[in-house]
Design a protein around this ligand. Structure first.
Ligand code: ADP
Ligand code: MG
Ligand code: ZN
Length: 539
């Protein structure tokens, strides 16, 4: 991927000012250069594509620029231009990943004894230095202990833990950071601006996020996007291009979690397995998404207008409480930590989803996990059992009614029945459930919304979705009008349902209290009924 990236090579920063981020390193190196307090060995660590090699080369120019040791190499002298084009005789670059043999190291170090040919310093850049063999490290150590004054070592690695401490202790170490998406975005905008290639911001936001902190990955994704596009890098195209890492399934998971649909969660997990999505990475992406939702809940303005998936993000931000998002975040982070301990990744991933489901508040989204036992002692058990049977989400009785009646039937159309068939989710569902039908004629459907839910009246997304579902259902355009009802106790589907639930709960509790076995257990074993563990059997 890296070797072929045209943009990454073309736009490799040539001086510190062009570098994105890594200010802490730039500042420290800059000070050392201007004050001429130079170390003889530096170690740059960090994941791939964050600027290790780039900084090493700029530093080599800083040391050898003909204008003098400087934090701002001139870029035009022969030392600078030769370093930029890889022809400078006193700069040796060694890739330890392909030269692990000690012979290479000896050869290299022997040359270190001789004075530089044209520059001020002989600079040795050793990339992926952790790959060196033990004997190669030992050979290097000798030179590091008594380095000739004209020699500078710049070591780079993605894996500093594999470097012997004896070597580490002789290097000045700088940890490069992964680049935040916003910084990558700005850089991509700059590069495309310079290249005169039109783009949509949403497209670049997607690329910046997919790059996971690596500027090189971002630029090579951008290469691909340009190759696919016909003139303009637009969001739809990038979304398709990133297909494999399209994250809409994460939104689906949360939506289904909200609906309490355990079988649905497993269906998506199976689907992910088919598409070979890595489960561990999926958990990490889920944590990122939950973080974005938490941000959206706290400061909605933080979600930019052209943010991809903005609408869905805001919708989820409304559907979950901040506490639920916090809890789910915890569960996901834990799940990711524990995924190695799980029997396999699939099990680890699905258990995490089921844990989220098990801890979802009772009655959330109404279609909460179907209860299977009359008095299961722990909630987790119920949710698990429910999913093991892949039980369908319980649907109100009304669904079993005879052929759907699709003609406008004025106020005697049963809203509850209709609602069950609309298959709504999220806020649209909340809106419908907390309303009663107060009129329907000439394609105009009038709902009266329970006053305690009046905030839903201004929820554009919910209104649009409900209107679209109704239009679909009646196979003609329906104009939805929602007014806020006058009294709080109209029999909305939500209220009816809540009432039924309470009745069933009461019956279940009575049944348990009167159960012979339970009574004996109480009498003989001193057992106690955990009141809040009683759940009605799902009809
Ligand atoms: N901090 C950065 N600012 C701007 N571009 C960067 C930065 N880091 C990496 N790049 C881009 O990625 C490419 C590879 O960077 P490089 O320094 O070789 O990464 P590595 O850390 O793997 O050595 C560069 O050619 C450059 O285009
Ligand atoms: Mg590198
Ligand atoms: Zn110069």
């Amino acid at each position: 991927m890296s070797a072929t990236s045209v943009l990454a090579r073309k736009w490799r920063p040539r001086n510190f000012a062009q570098l994105a981020g890594q200010e802490h390193v730039v500042q420290a190196l800059g000070n050392a250069l201007t004050q001429n307090r130079l170390h003889h060995a530096y170690l740059f660590t960090g994941t791939r594509g964050v600027g290790k090699t780039t900084i090493a080369r700029i530093f080599a120019k800083s040391l050898n620029c003909e204008s003098g040791i400087t934090a701002t190499p001139c870029g035009v002298c022969s030392a600078c231009t030769e370093i930029d084009s890889g022809r400078f005789v006193d700069l040796m670059e060694l890739d330890a990943a392909s030269n692990t043999q000690v012979d290479n190291m000896r050869e290299l170090l022997e040359s270190a004894l001789y004075a530089p040919t044209s520059g001020r310093f002989k600079v040795y850049i050793i990339d992926e230095v952790h790959m060196l063999s033990k004997s190669a490290f030992n050979a290097m150590l000798k030179t590091l202990e008594e380095p000739p004054a004209h020699v500078k070592f710049i070591l780079a690695t993605t894996d500093p833990q594999k470097i012997p401490v004896t070597v580490l202790s002789r290097c000045l170490q700088f940890n490069l950071k992964q680049l935040p998406p916003a910084l990558i975005l700005t850089h991509l905008q700059y590069v495309l601006g310079q290249e005169n290639i039109p783009f949509e911001n949403g497209a670049l936001t997607l690329v910046a996020r997919a790059a996971q902190g690596s500027m090189r990955d971002a630029l090579s994704l951008l290469d691909q996007a340009i190759a696919y596009s016909s003139g303009k890098v637009d969001e739809a195209l990038v979304r398709t291009m990133l297909g494999a890492i399209d994250q809409s399934y994460l939104f689906d998971l949360l939506q289904i979690l909200r609906a309490g649909d355990g079988a649905g969660l497993l269906r998506i997990a199976d689907d992910m397995a088919l598409r070979s999505i890595a489960f561990e990475a999926a958990l990490q992406d889920m944590a990122t998404l939950l973080h974005r939702i938490a941000l959206a809940q706290t400061i909605p303005q933080a979600i930019a207008d052209d943010e991809p998936e903005r609408a869905r993000l805001l919708e989820l931000a409304q559907q979950f409480t901040p506490e639920e998002i916090q809890l789910n975040y915890q569960i996901v982070i834990h799940g990711r930590n524990e995924i190695d301990l799980a029997p396999d990744e699939y099990a680890g991933f699905t258990m995490t989803l089921l844990r989220m489901l098990a801890f979802a508040p009772q009655g959330a989204g109404e279609a909460a996990a179907p209860r299977t036992a009359a008095a299961a002692p722990v909630r987790v058990t119920q949710a698990t059992a429910a999913v093991a049977e892949a039980a369908p989400v319980p649907v109100p009785q009304a669904v079993a009614a005879p052929a759907p009646q699709r003609a406008e039937a004025g106020a005697d159309l049963d809203w509850n029945t209709l609602l069950a068939q609309l298959n709504l989710q999220g806020m649209a569902r909340e809106l419908a459930k907390n309303s009663v039908l107060s009129g329907f004629s000439d394609g105009r459907l009038l709902l009266s919304l329970a006053p305690q839910h009046k905030h839903l009246q201004s929820n554009k997304i919910a209104l649009d979705k409900l209107q679209a579902a109704l239009s679909d259902y009646f196979a003609k355009p329906i104009k939805l009008v929602v007014e806020v009802g006058a009294t709080a106790d109209v029999a909305t589907p939500a209220l009816v349902e809540q009432h039924q639930k309470q009745t069933r709960q009461q019956q279940a509790e009575d049944a348990i209290r009167q159960d012979v076995f339970v009574r004996e257990a109480q009498a003989m074993l001193g057992a106690q009924v955990m009141e809040n563990s009683i759940k009605p059997v799902q009809q």
